[in-house]
Design a binder for this molecule. Structure first.
Ligand SMILES: CC(C)(COP(=O)(O)OP(=O)(O)OC[C@H]1O[C@@H](n2cnc3c(N)ncnc32)[C@H](O)[C@@H]1OP(=O)(O)O)[C@@H](O)C(=O)NCCC(=O)NCCS
Length: 411
């Protein structure tokens, strides 16, 4: 895309999402765009589609007890084709362009958040992290007596101060788990600007911060005259240890004029249910697919993360599970020997003497990558073939990460 076309991109991006004319959406998009990584599709001089990539990084599993490394990846976003030009192969062409460009830059994998979960498997993206939405009934919100967290000093920050404090704090805290994507200046200014049209009738975001943690939430007070229940919606809750996490939950659960507290996105292994005296007071209201990963370079991806258990696997990675992007060979496909453990990892092409242990598609490799699903689960779903009995269990141990991967950042 050329300089000066940012507004055209942003306007085009509103059309596929049925938001044409939404100037807030235009304002939201423009600062995110990187000229070298944004593409417009045109037909007879008219813009009919758009796609872009953000240069971001994502945390991948790190050594036990250490921060997770953050690995640069191609964060695919802003994908849309106008309704007049759908199902003519434009997305396929745009995806080819974006992935080729990412490979040229040396990015080991790409990732995206999907509007519909059946679109991207065909391009080799696998469901790597999921997120839970939880609802907490305030009548059953008491912490277990023995676990009641000590209050910690908490400060409410206005947006200006939040903009100064939160970027570094988030960047530090996100490294405690695999799967969280970096937030750059554009991300933070969008969050802090917090346009009213994105608030869903609730308050502006409020920020409660303590040393080593923060929570961002919206609220709507109970109206006892009309009987309208009060609600709080937690968006971010990050903490550097379980004690601070408990104290931040306590802060949220103690808010007055509230009948229901919801939180999204939350990790699937969120300990909140076990903190409460009435575990039934926490309902998981839905589980959503969040980060999808597309491996572009198998050895570079697999050696970028740490492994907590030792194991050796010969993986036969198929080009694509559903359909190819085009006729060229995919460099991520092939047979690879993964030899990994707490002391290090190597991944190299398999030789004729290396018998295949597991056959897997690229999308399934992307799903396994952060440890968000077990290989045995994929095998049970018919999406991974074990060539050697017990090989899927070896893959389970090798790829497992504790705590499980979690992405709290959209893009
Ligand atoms: C999703 C979208 C970008 C697809 O664009 P497109 O140009 O129509 O896609 P293509 O013609 O390149 O299709 C590629 C393949 O994906 C399939 N596909 C793409 N989108 C699909 C959808 N929403 N539902 C079902 N199949 C879809 C096509 O059938 C085709 O499959 P095939 O090769 O097996 O025949 C377009 O429908 C769109 O803009 N939708 C609204 C906005 C949106 O959801 N964007 C994605 C944000 S993550």
């Amino acid at each position: 895309m050329r300089d000066g076309e940012q507004a055209a991109f942003a306007r085009s991006a509103t059309v596929p999402f049925l938001e044409a004319g939404n100037e807030d959406a235009v304002a939201h998009w423009t600062p995110h765009l990187e000229l070298a990584r944004a593409w417009l599709a045109e037909d007879r001089g008219r813009v009919v589609g758009n796609c872009c990539v953000f240069s971001r990084d994502v945390t991948v599993p790190g050594p036990v007890g250490e921060d997770c490394p953050a690995v640069p990846f191609a964060a695919v976003s802003g994908v849309g084709v106008h309704p007049t030009h759908r199902r003519q192969g434009l997305l396929r062409r745009m995806m080819t362009t974006m992935l080729d460009h990412a490979r040229e830059r040396g990015e080991a994998f790409a990732g995206l958040l999907a509007s519909e979960s059946h679109i991207y498997g065909r391009f080799g993206f696998g469901l790597a992290t999921s997120a839970a939405a939880v609802a907490i009934d305030v009548r059953q919100k008491a912490f277990r007596h023995d676990l009641h967290p000590a209050p910690v000093p908490i400060e409410l920050l206005d947006p200006e101060k939040a903009a100064k404090v939160l970027p570094d704090l988030h960047d530090r805290l996100r490294r405690r788990r695999a799967g969280d994507v970096s937030r750059n200046d554009a991300t933070w200014s969008g969050l802090i600007r917090d346009l009213p049209s994105y608030r869903g009738g609730m308050s502006a975001r409020m920020y409660a911060v303590t040393d080593g943690g923060f929570v961002a939430y919206r609220g709507k007070e109970r109206d006892s005259r009309t009987g309208t229940p009060g609600r709080v919606e937690v968006r971010d809750l990050y903490a550097e240890n379980p004690e601070i996490e408990a104290a931040l939950w306590r802060f949220v659960l103690d808010l007055d004029l509230v009948d229901e507290i919801t939180a999204f996105p939350r990790p699937l292994d969120d300990p909140i249910r076990y903190r409460l005296a009435e575990p039934r007071g926490v309902r998981t209201t839905r589980i959503e697919d969040f980060l999808w990963i597309r491996v572009l370079d198998t050895p570079a991806s697999l050696t970028a993360r740490a492994y907590h258990q030792p194991g050796r696997l010969v993986l036969d990675v198929a080009r694509l599970d559903v359909a190819a992007l085009d006729d060229r060979p995919d460099p991520a496909a092939g047979r690879w020997v993964l030899d990994a453990g707490p002391d290090g990892v190597s991944c190299s092409p398999a030789g004729p003497g290396d018998a295949t242990d597991v056959r897997i598609g690229l999308a399934e490799l992307g799903a396994l990558y952060l440890g968000g699903v077990n290989a045995t689960t994929l095998a049970a779903a018919g999406r991974l073939d074990e060539e050697r009995a017990g090989a899927a269990a070896v893959a389970d141990r090798l790829f497992a990460t504790v705590p499980g991967p979690f992405s709290g950042t959209g893009f």
